[in-house]
Design a binder for this molecule. Structure first.
Ligand code: WQD
Length: 343
C-alpha cells in the first residue's frame, strides 16, 4: 500500500474513472479535479461501490489559474499527476478549434506552471492521432509525428511538445506520454463506462446504442478502403487494460531508473480490427444483432492504424490482456446498466 497521493485531472471521465479504480486497487490515494463538462459526479459513488473508497473530488476548471495555483499549493503532498482533462471530440474540434486550443493547452500550461520546481511524476493522456496516416504498420513510437488531421489531434501534439520542453527546463519533472489507440469497453462491474453525450461519435458506443434500440442502424463510414473487407482498421484496447498502463507508468517513474525524463509509449493491443470485425465481434459476444448499413467515408478518418506495443511491454512491464470479445461484452453490460440506471 503506497498510499501515495496522485492527482487525476478529468478523473470522473471515461478513462479517468477506470484509472482511479486501478489506482485504488494498487494502493494509491487518488484525488480528482474535474469541471464536469463531460461527466457526472454520480461516477464518484460508482467508484465507491466498486472499491469501497470515495476519492476526494474538487470541481473547477484548470483554465482558472487562481483555482489551479491554490489547489496545488494546498496539496503539497501530491507525488504524481495523471492528466486526462481535455476536450476529445475530433469532429467538434474542427467546428470549434479555439475552444480546443484554449481548453486543452491553457489547462496544461496552468497545471505545469503551478508546480513551479516541485518534483513530479506526470503521466499525460496522449493519442495515436499524433501519427496521422502512418507510412508503416504497426506504427512505432519512432514513427514521424505528422500534421494533425484535426485541432484535437494538434492539441495532443502541441501538449507533448510543451511537456518535452518543460522537462528540459525543470530538472524535477518526469513525464510519460501514453499514446492511446482506441479505448473501448467498460469495467467488469458494469458500474462505470463510456457516457457519450448526444449522438456518439465513436464506433463502439454507437454499436451498443443501436443494439439497445436508442439509435437506428449503424452507418459504416466507408467500405471502399484498401483493407481486407473495405472498412477502416483500428487498434481497439479495453479501457481497463489502458487504465492499468497508467499505474505501470507511475511505478516506472517512481523507480528512478530512467535518466530520460520524457518518455512516450504506444498503448494498444498491437492488433488491428476492421469496423465490420468489431460489429461481428459484438454480435458473437452478446448474441445480439447490431443492424448496420454502408455509408460514405467520414472526412479525417485514416484508413488503418494499429500499434507496435513492445516498448511498453519491455519498459513498463505492461501488456494488454483483454480481447475484443470481452471489450464488446463489457460495453454491452454497461449499456444495459445505464438503461436501467440513467446518469
Ligand atoms: C473508429 C472507426 C470510423 C462510428 C478515436 C477518437 C480519437 C482517438 C482515437 C483518443 C472509424 C468508424 C465510427 C460510426 C463508423 N482517441 N465508425 N461508424 O476515429 O479512430 O478515433 O480514437 O485520443 O479521439 O475519436 O474512433 O470510434 O470514432 O471510429 O463506421 O458510427 O469506426 O469511421 O473507421 P477514431 P471512432
Amino acid at each position: 500500500m503506497s498510499g501515495k497521493k496522485v492527482l487525476v485531472t478529468g478523473g470522473t471521465g471515461f478513462i479517468g474513472s477506470h484509472t482511479v479504480v486501478e489506482l485504488i486497487n494498487a494502493g494509491y490515494t487518488p484525488i480528482i479535479i474535474d469541471d464536469l463538462s463531460n461527466s457526472t459526479p454520480q461516477i464518484l459513488n460508482q467508484i465507491e461501490t466498486i472499491t469501497g473508497v470515495k476519492p476526494d473530488f474538487f470541481q473547477f476548471d484548470l483554465c482558472d489559474s487562481k483555482a489551479t495555483f491554490e489547489f496545488i499549493s494546498q496539496n503539497s503532498d501530491i507525488d504524481g499527476i495523471i492528466h486526462f482533462a481535455a476536450f476529445k471530440s475530433v469532429g467538434e474540434s474542427v467546428e470549434n478549434p479555439l475552444s480546443y486550443y484554449r481548453n486543452n493547452l491553457y489547462s496544461l500550461v496552468n497545471l505545469l506552471e503551478s508546480l513551479s520546481d516541485r518534483p513530479m511524476n506526470f503521466v499525460f493522456s496522449s493519442s495515436c492521432t499524433v501519427y496521422g496516416e502512418p507510412e508503416k504498420l504497426p506504427v512505432t513510437e519512432e514513427a514521424p509525428v505528422k500534421k494533425a488531421e484535426s485541432p484535437y489531434g494538434n492539441t495532443k501534439q502541441i501538449s507533448e511538445e510543451i511537456l518535452l520542453d518543460t522537462t528540459k527546463a525543470k530538472g524535477n519533472l518526469k513525464v510519460t506520454a501514453l499514446r492511446y489507440f482506441n479505448p473501448v469497453g467498460a469495467h467488469a462491474s458494469a458500474l462505470i463506462g463510456e457516457l457519450p453525450t448526444g449522438v456518439p461519435q465513436n464506433l463502439v458506443p454507437f454499436i451498443t446504442q443501436a443494439a439497445i434500440g436508442k439509435r437506428g442502424d449503424i452507418v459504416v463510414h466507408g467500405n471502399d478502403y484498401n483493407t481486407p473487407d473495405g472498412t477502416c482498421i483500428r487498434d481497439y484496447i479495453h479501457v481497463v487494460d489502458l487504465a492499468k498502463a497508467h499505474i505501470s507508468a507511475l511505478k516506472k517513474m517512481e523507480q528512478h531508473t530512467d535518466e530520460d525524463r520524457f518518455k512516450v509509449y504506444n498503448i494498444g493491443t498491437g492488433k488491428g480490427s476492421s469496423v465490420l470485425e468489431v460489429i461481428h465481434a459484438f454480435e458473437n459476444a452478446t448474441g445480439v444483432k447490431a443492424g448496420y448499413k454502408m455509408g460514405p467515408r467520414r472526412p479525417g478518418d485514416v484508413e488503418q492504424i494499429f500499434g507496435e506495443v513492445g516498448k511498453a511491454e519491455r519498459e513498463l512491464a505492461w501488456k494488454a490482456e483483454l480481447n475484443l470479445s470481452v471489450m464488446m461484452s463489457s460495453a454491452w453490460a454497461w449499456e444495459n446498466y445505464i438503461k436501467e440506471n440513467p446518469m
